[in-house]
Design a protein around this ligand. Structure first.
Ligand code: DWN
Length: 386
């Protein structure tokens, strides 16, 4: 697989970076992860292509997330909030607007600069013990350390746990949300697996990763975002009474078979069936002379396209709203990425919905495409045309 967000120019085609993407599930700690991880500096740098603000609904979601954290946990005077991987500041700006002391720690300088433009204080760094020490020295302990779609991106989970343990106030909370393993297994959404997603967490794996570092899972809150996510709340051992939802989710994961190797064999077979169905559908439409384009050059689409072997002969171009991706080509499969205007100026017959996690938002704004007779090709939970 190539790097999911390494959109490239033709001059770069012959020196593209590839790595072996294999997954594994640990029978002891129940962590589901990719085995070989490319160096994080290959992914998170000053040209990082994903901006949180590309989805209006996600921006609204982060405003709600911020209010939830503030209402539940920031009851002391002058609280301090740290976000790990603040991207363009879509979450932290909600604290900044309420004059709450905050700091975003973000390794990709370009997205951090965007956060600063929105009034968010940032520090360009990877989060770990060193950053935790520097932040604590400069600001005191954190009352809340928050993250969204970030912790699963960091290979050294023990370093995160040590850093969080050092930076957190005694009654502080560590809150993060990520795509949920149970949702991926239920929906067959194999496209959640790519270089940035080192782990696809469950309550079991989060408990097992953080408990040895004295951090206790005290609450879990399911989220509809990104095709099914889970919000995890941790605190120093004994600081809070764990909510009943934790025990309930652990039991539910046993029922779902998340800790049973047979579940992953069945998942692999489902991925293979999905690939066959998607390739068959797209190629038969192309054979009939239909135009097929992609909608949203997501990170997830890199997995789908490379796993299925779909290229520019199958998919004419992918429409995407991110200026940094436009005019470039998809990693590994070299399909052109074009602005949304190219999609709306000449609607195709079919559009593959790569941003299926934003389906509601997209259906709301693409009524003209559907009125023109355009159809969507979906592949989660099953390959289907609608
Ligand atoms: O964890 C991660 C999640 C939160 O975001 C990261 N590792 C990277 C990224 O994943 P993704 O690229 O799969 O995210 P999205 O939010 O599913 O897709 C974003 C892309 O879709 C952007 O390039 C913008 C594009 N898009 C579009 O062209 N039209 C998105 C929407 C909603 C649209 O209407």
């Amino acid at each position: 697989m190539p790097i999911a967000n390494a959109f490239l120019t033709p001059a770069q085609f012959d020196r593209e970076y590839f790595y072996e993407m294999a997954t594994a599930s640990c029978p002891a700690c129940h962590t589901f992860q990719i085995v070989d991880q490319p160096d994080p500096r290959q992914m998170f740098h000053e040209h990082y292509a994903f901006f949180t603000r590309s989805s209006k609904r996600m921006v609204a979601h982060f405003a709600d997330y911020a209010v939830w954290v503030a209402d539940q946990f920031l009851k002391e005077a002058d609280p301090f909030v740290v976000e790990i991987g603040c991207n363009d500041g879509a979450m932290l700006e909600n604290f900044a607007k309420r004059s709450i002391r905050h700091l975003g720690i973000e390794p990709s300088a370009n997205v951090a600069a965007e956060a600063e433009r929105h009034g968010v204080r940032t520090k360009v760094a990877f989060f770990g013990m060193q950053a935790a020490r520097e932040v604590r020295e400069g600001n005191g302990p954190a009352d809340a350390i928050i993250a969204a779609n970030v912790i699963c991106h960091i290979p050294d989970i023990n370093e995160i746990a040590r850093g969080v343990g050092h930076l957190l106030a005694d009654r502080g909370v560590f809150v993060f949300e990520e795509p949920y393993l149970g949702a991926m297994i239920e929906k067959g959404s194999y496209d959640q697996i790519y270089d940035e997603h080192v782990f696809i967490f469950s309550a079991h794996s989060v408990h097992n990763a953080f408990q040895p570092h004295g951090l206790e899972l005290i609450d879990v809150v399911p989220q509809a975002t990104h095709g099914g996510s889970m919000r995890y709340v941790l605190a120093k051992q004994g600081a809070y009474e764990p909510a009943p939802a934790v025990r309930q989710l652990l039991a539910r994961e046993q029922e779902l078979g998340l800790n049973d190797p047979a579940t992953y064999d069945a998942f692999r077979e489902r991925c293979e069936r999905s690939r066959k169905a998607l390739v068959g559908l797209v190629r038969s439409l192309r054979a009939e002379g239909k135009r097929v384009v992609g909608y949203a050059a997501t990170s997830k689409s890199t997995t789908v396209l490379n796993y299925c072997g779909l290229g520019p002969a199958d998919i004419e171009f992918i429409s995407d709203t991110t200026p940094l991706k436009q005019g470039k080509f998809t990693p590994g499969t070299h399909i052109p990425v074009r602005p949304h205007e190219d999609f709306s100026a000449n609607f195709p017959d079919y559009a593959v919905l790569f941003a299926w996690n934003h389906e509601a938002e997209i259906m709301e704004k693409e009524t003209k495409f559907m009125d023109s007779g355009g159809k969507w090709i979906k592949f989660v939970p099953e390959v289907a045309v609608s």
